[in-house]
Design a protein around this ligand. Sequence first.
Ligand SMILES: [Zn+2]
Ligand SMILES: [Zn+2]
Length: 213
Amino acid sequence: MKNRAVFMTGLNKMEIRDVEVPKIKENEVLVKLEYVGICGSDVHYLEHGSIGDFVVNGDFILGHECAGEIVEIGSKVTDLQIGDKVALEPGCTCGQCEFCKNGKYNLCPDVEFLATPPYHGCLENYIAFPANMCFKLPDNITSKEGALVEPLAVGMHAAAQGNVKLGDSVIILGAGCIGLVTLLACKAYGATDITVVDVMQKRLDYAMKLGAT
Ligand SMILES: [Zn+2]
Ligand SMILES: [Zn+2]
């Protein structure tokens, strides 16, 4: 097994390097990554070296939207098997704090989020990951689609925050990946009149293709 990772080595500089295949712990699985999305945050780190308080220090692996196939399971993993296709939840959380216990683990103060300094991302062939942060994909979902579950979840959350309901009119500002998945989420929640705003025509065209009115 050969593992290669893509390191950001400076602003707008990237390099592919051989790295060790990670060893899994008893509650982890080894995932052979098949697709990794490129998020706006990855581009921002590459071009500017930081986002707010998160500063890239030294060589750094980007990427947090990913899916792949399980090739090894830890001794205490019972609900996943070798060969399962999974999408990875990029934020590994403590599981112990008030937020984690309430199911709002996205608010965990101790989250270790892929490709958010100091935690490396997943632009590599193999990653060891906690089994309880790997979500098994049904047979009718490809790992390419699985890599898009994380941005889709952002759109679902936006639609839920906006309390989008059957027959609603919605305006979405921006038709990048997140704007477009928000459009899909609003449609799924029943919105019938969806206006999408952007300054790039090709993005607007795509929004129309996906059901913007
Ligand atoms: Zn992202
Ligand atoms: Zn927590």
